[in-house]
Design a protein around this ligand. Structure first.
Ligand code: ADP
Length: 402
């Protein structure tokens, strides 16, 4: 069974073709800088095998349709390609960022489903239109193939009202659906499941704290396998300190900036989403650059690392209070999987709460689920590599089997 997974952004499309019989990747690629004078399509065919073959094309890519068309040409190449006939593809899966309150699980895309995704555009004005572009292109290029939407928000639909409501006038929830939704759901769900497997336990009996630290960062409290709270809210800005996003700030900052710095709402939105976080504090948003800068004596870089890891620790404490018993804490994504210093600082001083890292285990290179806590640690600590494409493809396989 071949499943094509598409993650369509405003000016880029990531895609991966998986063979679900073996859960292996047949091809993965990227269409970049759509709409700019010079775009790029890159595709790695049969990665990790003797027949691995990389194809690249640089040219203007007018829109998502032309970008995806180029990608499909590469996938279907007569000699090197991995799709002989489009009907070999059992389904196309789409990552959709905001499902609002409409979607609790992966959903076969119909006209009604597209309309519901469109209705949720005000909740994710940058993401949902781009996701819809990806769906429309795929419907055209893979006519007759089942299209399935997998929502970033779906896993968090089990969060109870006392955790998802903001203390705002109730009418804003009723009329505008302003509440906390949470994101990165596919990743949190995937690593929770993989951790249960690695622990040899059933997910339904585990309480976990999953920490996704990439460019975007979020943490989820998982109770008996279900999300009961998460740090991202109405939009992917709340909570942890991210690469360029502030995470939690005093909500009065908007009014302060407007009155005292004469910024309009667009400028404030940009400031909090694009120019804050690690980048705002030290000018760098890649954690590897931050470590290099710290080694060179850069005090601001040191501060940025301290602010991020302190916020992580504060939320670990909060979610321990939410869960009561925590069986495991999981680190994942670019920083979470690779950065032992961030992991150490994020859990520093939590030994009295039953969390003790194994220093040696924590510093090794990890490409598979790895236990990094000491044997006597009451709460285990794991590094679990995330794989959102595989997670989406697995969800789709379940939908197809129904
Ligand atoms: P995204 O949220 O875009 O999917 P990733 O999960 O790929 O992002 O994470 C990207 C971040 O991971 C980079 O900004 C970088 O800071 C961090 N990262 C990647 N590799 C390492 C590493 N070896 N050490 C520390 N940080 C790393």
């Amino acid at each position: 069974m071949k499943i094509l997974v598409i993650n369509s952004g405003s000016s880029s499309i990531k895609f991966q073709l998986l063979d679900m019989a073996r859960e292996s990747v047949l091809a993965s690629g990227l269409v970049e800088r759509i709409g700019e004078p010079q775009g790029l399509v890159k595709c790695i065919l049969k990665p990790g095998t003797e027949k691995e073959h990389v194809v690249k094309k640089t040219q203007a890519i007018k829109d998502h349709t032309s970008g995806m068309r180029l990608a499909v040409e590469m996938l279907s190449d007569k000699d090197q390609g991995v799709i002989a006939d489009k009907r070999d593809v059992s389904a196309v899966g789409h990552r959709v960022v905001h499902g609002g309150e409409d979607f609790h699980e992966p959903t076969v895309i119909t006209a009604e489903v597209l309309a519901a995704i469109e209705k949720n555009i005000p909740l994710a004005p940058l993401h949902n239109p781009a996701n819809m572009d990806g769906i429309r292109v795929a419907q055209e290029l893979f006519a007759g193939v089942v299209q399935v939407a997998v929502f970033d928000t779906a896993f968090h639909q089990t969060i109870p009202p006392h955790a998802y409501h903001y203390a705002l006038p109730y009418e804003l929830y009723e009329k505008e659906r302003i509440r906390r939704y949470g994101f990165h759901g596919t990743s949190h769900k995937f690593v929770a499941g993989e951790c249960a497997k690695a622990m040899g336990r059933s997910l339904e009996e585990l309480n976990l704290i999953t920490i996704h630290l990439g460019n975007g960062c979020s943490m989820t409290a998982v109770e008996n396998g279900k999300s009961v709270d998460t740090t991202l809210g109405l939009t992917p800005l709340e909570g942890l300190v991210m690469g360029t996003r502030s995470g939690d700030v005093d909500p009065a900052i908007h009014a302060f900036l407007a009155r005292n710095c004469h910024m309009d709402i667009e400028a404030i939105d940009r400031l909090l989403n694009k120019d804050s976080g690690l980048k705002g504090l030290c000018g760098l948003n890649d954690m590897r650059d931050i470590h290099a800068a710290i080694a060179a004596g850069n005090e601001r870089a040191k501060l940025a690392l301290a602010v991020q890891t302190y916020r992580n620790k504060k939320y670990v404490g909060a979610f321990m209070a939410v869960l009561g018993r925590v069986d495991a804490i999981i680190f994942t994504a670019g920083i979470g999987e690779n950065d032992g210093v961030v992991r150490t600082m994020s859990l520093q001083g939590l030994e009295p709460f039953g969390i003790s890292l194994d220093r040696e285990a924590n510093t090794q290179r990890m490409t598979k689920p790895t236990l990094i806590s000491q044997a006597e640690s009451r709460t285990q600590v794991w590094v679990i590599p995330t794989n959102e494409e595989l997670a989406i493809a697995r969800e789709i396989k379940v939908v197809l089997s129904r």
